[in-house]
Structure formats: structure tokens, C-alpha cells
Unconditional design. Structure first.
Length: 180
């Protein structure tokens, strides 16, 4: 079923606008009379299917009365400008294209990192750096071998003492569980 707003000059329909909700007239006589006064429609008798759209309400709560209408000058607020429109940006000026006044100038780089060193110098620097990294890898591998534990943790280390087996495993002893 398509809902239509019954307020004067409101053409909101649920068929075309899914964001708007529609509200039936209240059963309470006092609030219903207030709604009728606000809607300002002559010879209007609402039925159980008569609805008012949510655009006419300030707050959508039980007992509220519609307050926004065309007769009291209410209009939907203008859509807020997007972030792109609100954010100030520097103006980009298009270069003037005068074919007569073209000047060819060689620009010097602003920073030293823009200058590319000769290929031979770069290659020797990379070779030196590569050799230094290889030496560092060898040293780290030697340190790793020294620091590696010589003995792995296992039940064999504890089997000398039933107290150690019981402490670490809560077993009563090695011979009872593993059968010597």
C-alpha cells in the first residue's frame, strides 16, 4: 500500500521516498484535535488510513504534534555542501600559451637528492654496502650458533629424578608412565 501525506500542499509518497515515515492520526481526542488544527484543511475528516509524513514533525515521539507546514513558511533545509565544496583550495592558474613568448630554460634541481650520481659510483657504493651486509649476516649466524641451547627439553632430562618428573608433569614417576 502506498502512503500519501494528507497535509496541505505536501506531495510526499511512500512509493517514491523510502526515507520518510508515515504516521496515523492519534486516537486521543485532544491530540487529534490539535493535529486537525495544525493541518488546516477545511471539511477534512481523517480515517484510520489517513497519514501525515515525518517531514512535518520536529520529533517523532508519541504525543507530538506536526509543526512544519508550507503555511508557516517551513521549507526543508538546503542540503549541506559537501566536504569538497567547503574545503578551501589553492587556485591553479592555467599557464598562458603564447607561442611567441616561449622560453626554454633549464631548471636547476631544488634538492641534492634530485641529482643522480654517475652509474659507476653508484655501483661501487652498492657493492661495498652489499659486502658489509654479508659480513654482518655471517657474524649474526655465528652468534646464533653460540646462543642456541645445547640441550633440548625432554622427559629424558627429568628421568634421573622422580621428584623432577612429578614437579614438571604431576606424574608419580618415569618408570610408572613410560615403562623403563
Amino acid at each position: 500500500a502506498v502512503n500519501l501525506s494528507t497535509s496541505l500542499l505536501c506531495a510526499v509518497s511512500s512509493h517514491y521516498n523510502k526515507e520518510v515515515s508515515f504516521h496515523a492520526f492519534p486516537v486521543d481526542a485532544a491530540i487529534r484535535a490539535e493535529w486537525m488544527q495544525k493541518i488546516r484543511r477545511d471539511d477534512f475528516n481523517p480515517t484510520k488510513n489517513t497519514r501525515v509524513c515525518s517531514r512535518h514533525f520536529k520529533r517523532l515521539k508519541k504525543g507530538t504534534v506536526p509543526v512544519y507546514f508550507s503555511w508557516n513558511g517551513y521549507k526543508l533545509p538546503a542540503p549541506r555542501p559537501s566536504v569538497w565544496e567547503r574545503r578551501p583550495r589553492a587556485e591553479f592558474l592555467a599557464p598562458e600559451s603564447d607561442s611567441d613568448s616561449k622560453m626554454e630554460t633549464e631548471m636547476a634541481p631544488d634538492h641534492a637528492y634530485c641529482v643522480v650520481p654517475p652509474t659507476g659510483a653508484r655501483a661501487s657504493n652498492l657493492a661495498d654496502e652489499n659486502e658489509a651486509l654479508r659480513r654482518q649476516i655471517r657474524e649474526l649466524q655465528q652468534q646464533l650458533e653460540v646462543l642456541k641451547p645445547r640441550q633440548h627439553f625432554g622427559i629424558e632430562r627429568l628421568s634421573a629424578s622422580d621428584e623432577d618428573v612429578h614437579f614438571y608433569t604431576r606424574f608419580t614417576g618415569v618408570s610408572w608412565h613410560f615403562g623403563d
